[in-house]
Design a protein around this ligand. Structure first.
Ligand SMILES: [Zn+2]
Length: 178
């Protein structure tokens, strides 16, 4: 299996039936959908192996991908760096309908007339790896200003009933003098 640079397209029909391996970088500018979801992306890398199934009707495409992205923390609204990583194993189908003959849990990628769009495959895998709610690991990144959920909440301080009583008395006392 020889390693060649990652192309933007792979012609699955052309490459023959021998297993192939590709590895390399992709420019972030080629991924408009991903760039619309992140503040910035860099170092997009992927490796892909193509192997034809025994029956030679579908090419199996396996690989890994990764990228460094800048997201906006939903707690403090400041930028945060995150590493995306994905692994995939899909069968190439000519059209989505062709997947009807395959097991339901079989992941597929559309490659019309054997044309595999490498950029869109990797882009979709990276998008799947995006955190649903990006937040800094430091739960006090906003200086404790905003709270979003139970994991953010500090443990409630047990308040002494006597302290509450004292405060009540004080309030009563001060209201008389107003
Ligand atoms: Zn933050």
């Amino acid at each position: 299996m020889q390693d060649v640079d990652l192309p933007r397209h792979i012609d699955l029909e052309r490459i023959g039936r021998e297993p192939r391996a590709y590895a390399g970088k992709l420019p972030s500018q080629s991924m408009a959908k991903l760039m619309g979801l992140v503040d910035d992306a860099a170092g997009i890398e992927a490796s892909i192996q193509v192997e034809w199934a025994q029956d030679q009707t579908h090419a199996a495409i396996r690989g890994e991908c990764g990228a460094y992205v800048t997201l906006i923390c939903e707690r403090c609204l400041e930028p945060m760096d995150a590493r995306l990583a994905g692994e995939f194993e899909v069968l190439a189908v000519d059209r989505a309908q062709q997947a009807d003959d395959l097991p339901v849990d079989q992941a597929v990628v559309e490659a019309p007339r054997g044309q595999l769009d490498v950029v869109s495959l990797i882009e979709d895998e990276l998008i799947l790896g995006l955190p649903v709610v990006p937040r800094h690991e430091d739960t006090a990144c906003d200086g404790g200003q905003r709270h979003f959920g139970p994991e953010d909440e500090p443990l409630p301080q047990a308040e002494s009933p006597f302290a509450a009583l004292g405060a009540l008395r004080q309030n009563n006392g001060s209201s008389d003098t107003r």
